[in-house]
Design a protein around this ligand. Structure first.
Ligand code: NAD
Length: 427
């Protein structure tokens, strides 16, 4: 049976389904690589999907049962790696897409991990700390045979944090009967976390943006940057880019954004955000909606909020030279061709935001050595990997005459396929 037999059965693409978006890029890259049909069949599906029902004593004494997932997409290059998100709208399809993205992301930056992702359908804003702790511990207990430093190493994602990771580490350690720090990353520094981890995704974005800006011969002080989202990723990227001389002209949070063509005073904006928990009423810029913000003319557009922000509906109005994807899946597959036609240079999510998982890899290494690095050592090693990966993808794009996104997927799939082929398929 030929390759197309597997591609042709693809269902009609629903633009806002991240799994469909991921698969259409995977299929395109696999086709260009002329991936062996047997390997294609193996790599396009996850290795394992776990759905677990989690009973939790709520504070008023009744039991609530939550649904949790862990999708382990691939282990060929090493233990699976990926975050856990808590949100009311988590779906298995979303977790599947995110798990596969982790496989490709780890392969793009060439770190020895596979990909996984987890999620629990819950509304953390309506839960007490005690309820969250009990839910996290029971979820961990349900996954005890599937996670571990050599198996699958979770990390924080939306609505989970260092505290969540500390609970997972403790629960796992209680079952193992000894402390196992390397079972999760993104832990507090005093609990064997890594220096620099909190800022690593934003810092990684700065490193790849620097390379792209240099490639186009732009001067930093003339480079206008628009950032959607001011949380861990967007907020850190804004601060670091401002500090290193970029002109950040717009920034947003979930409620909307602020715009100043002369450049925002980012430390002042962040101080306002910390004080008021919102960018609304910030006096040093004019208010814009999140939709308007994406359409501001700029040199670097950095979406760092959530999925499906640049779609077939607004891609015609995007006016940036470089799109540096901080969020996972901010651009739908349907928008890719238009961006290419417009000549936008895309630094795709699986490359651009890989600084976080790269630093998680450093945390896992440090935990296993029991020896912890200074922050400048972490940042220097992060820069080495991000810069080298950026140029690996550029070279791949030039060699194969494809855009950066497809090049990143091709490079990642090629690396995973090579290892799978060499190990052999235990079929
Ligand atoms: P966060 O929760 O710290 O911040 C999210 C920001 O986006 C906030 O400013 C929030 O107000 C805003 N936002 C949320 N929903 C929005 C919406 N619908 N429209 C506009 N703005 C919205 O999250 P984060 O850790 O900064 O993650 C942001 C994105 O980056 C996510 O896609 C995440 O998966 C991805 N990512 C995060 C990391 C990491 O290390 N934190 C690593 C890789 C990728």
């Amino acid at each position: 049976m030929g390759f197309h037999a597997f591609v042709d059965d693809a269902r009609e693409i629903k633009e806002d389904n991240p799994f469909e978006s991921m698969m259409s890029r995977f299929d395109h890259a696999a086709q260009l690589l002329k991936l062996d049909p047997d390997l294609y069949k193996v790599l396009r599906v996850p290795n394992r999907e776990i759905t677990t029902y989690i009973p939790v004593y709520m504070d008023d004494g009744h039991i609530e049962v939550f649904t949790g997932f862990r999708v382990q997409h691939n282990f060929a290059r090493g233990p699976a790696k990926g975050g856990i998100r808590y949100a009311p709208d988590v779906t298995l399809d979303e977790v599947r897409a995110l798990a596969a993205w982790m496989t490709w992301k780890c392969a793009v930056v060439n770190i020895p991990f596979g990909g996984a992702k987890g999620g629990i359908i819950c509304d953390p804003s309506q839960m007490s700390l005690g309820e969250l702790e009990r839910m996290t511990r029971r979820y961990t207990a349900e996954l005890i045979d599937f996670i571990g430093p050599e198996r699958d190493v979770p990390a924080p994602d939306m609505n989970t944090n260092e505290q969540t990771m500390a609970w997972i580490m403790d629960t796992y350690s209680m079952h193992a009967r000894h402390t196992v720090t390397a079972v999760v990353t993104g832990k507090p520094i005093d609990l064997s976390g890594s220096r620099g981890r909190r800022e690593a995704t934003g810092r990684g974005l700065l490193f790849v943006a620097d390379e792209a800006v240099a490639k186009f011969g732009l001067k930093k002080s003339d480079t206008r940057v628009v950032i959607q989202g001011s949380g861990n990723v967007g907020g850190t990227a804004a601060r670091l880019m401002h500090e290193t001389g970029y002109r950040v002209i717009a920034l947003s949070d979930i409620h909307g954004g602020i715009y100043n063509p002369r450049g925002l005073d980012i430390p002042d904006v962040i101080a306002h955000l910390e004080k008021h928990r919102s960018l609304e009423k910030y006096p040093g810029g004019e208010p814009v909606s999140n939709h308007e913000l994406l359409e501001i003319e700029c040199d670097v557009l950095l979406p760092a909020a959530t999925e499906n922000q640049i779609t077939s509906q607004n891609v015609d109005r995007i006016r940036c030279r470089i799109l540096c994807e901080g969020a996972n899946g901010p651009t739908t597959a349907a928008a890719d061709d238009v961006l290419e036609r417009k000549g936008v240079f895309v630094i795709p999510d699986i490359l651009a935001n890989a600084g976080g998982v790269t630093c998680s890899y450093f945390e896992w290494v440090q935990d296993r050595m029991g020896y912890f690095w200074k922050e400048d050592v972490v940042n220097e090693r992060l820069q080495d990997i991000m810069v080298a990966s950026f140029h690996d993808v550029c070279k791949y794009a030039e060699c194969h005459n494809v855009n950066m996104r497809i090049a990143a997927y091709m490079l990642a799939i090629d690396r995973v396929a090579y290892i799978t082929r060499t190990r052999g398929i235990y079929a």
